[in-house]
Design a protein. Structure first.
Length: 139
């Protein structure tokens, strides 16, 4: 009986393995789920004592739509990010590595709150990580 159970588990995989191999865009609830996530993320950014000042004048819906579009593209979805390059968007701010890290923490908290599997979160974060060099401009 144990051998049969083990064989079934190996055949279907664990939830973590299934989440990692599943369509990551669907794990976020599609584009509408990404929009909802990014609205939550925006609220967390504005409320954060460390980096909220960067977002005080940023309007939630346009910000969320652009980030959702960018995330959708990065996850291999049918979207195409139409916003400005990251370097151009952030050049007027003095953004330190600690600011970027705080932003990542807040994105992770927003994804946790929506029940996004850890493996899927990591896929998105891995796609966003290279943007660090275009965003952080203060040493």
């Amino acid at each position: 009986m144990r051998a049969l159970l083990l064989a079934v588990l190996l055949a279907v995989g664990t939830p973590a393995v299934r989440a990692q191999n599943a369509d990551p865009l669907q794990a976020f609830g599609g584009l509408s789920g990404l929009n909802a996530l990014m609205l939550d993320f925006h609220a967390r950014l504005k409320a954060d004592a460390r980096i909220g000042h960067f977002f005080k004048d940023v309007k939630g819906p346009p910000f969320a739509e652009a980030l959702a579009e960018q995330a959708c593209q990065e996850l291999g979805g049918p979207c195409q990010y139409k916003g400005a390059p990251m370097k151009l968007l952030h050049q007027e701010f003095e953004i330190r590595a600690s600011d970027f890290n705080a932003l990542v923490e807040l994105l992770q908290a927003a994804m946790d709150a929506r029940g996004i599997p850890f493996a899927v979160q990591n896929r998105l974060l891995a796609r966003f990580a290279p943007m660090h060099r275009d965003i952080v401009n203060k040493r």
